[in-house]
Design a protein. Structure first.
Length: 83
């Protein structure tokens, strides 16, 4: 798995936050799921301004810059495609 080590924009170290971020997101999403085949999809609009699970976890971890948040949220697991 290739993880983001530093933010491409500001250079802030993110590697130490990756594993706790992924495990916490998986745990929280498993709590929200109703069934094994029914993922919970939350649409964010003006009527529902609640933060997503990922956003709340990044806030708790102290990742507040939008450039660093982008690095964490948009990372995909491509190592199986590369090898």
């Amino acid at each position: 798995m290739i993880i983001p080590v530093r933010c491409f924009t500001c250079g802030h170290v993110l590697a130490d936050k990756w594993i706790p971020y992924i495990t916490t997101v998986q745990e929280e999403k498993n709590k929200l799921d109703d069934g094994p085949d029914e993922p919970t999809v939350t649409y964010i609009d003006l009527k529902n301004p609640k933060k997503s699970v990922e956003g709340a976890i990044l806030d708790e971890m102290g990742v507040h810059k939008y450039c660093c948040r982008r690095m964490m949220i948009s990372n995909t697991h491509l190592i199986s495609s590369i090898s």
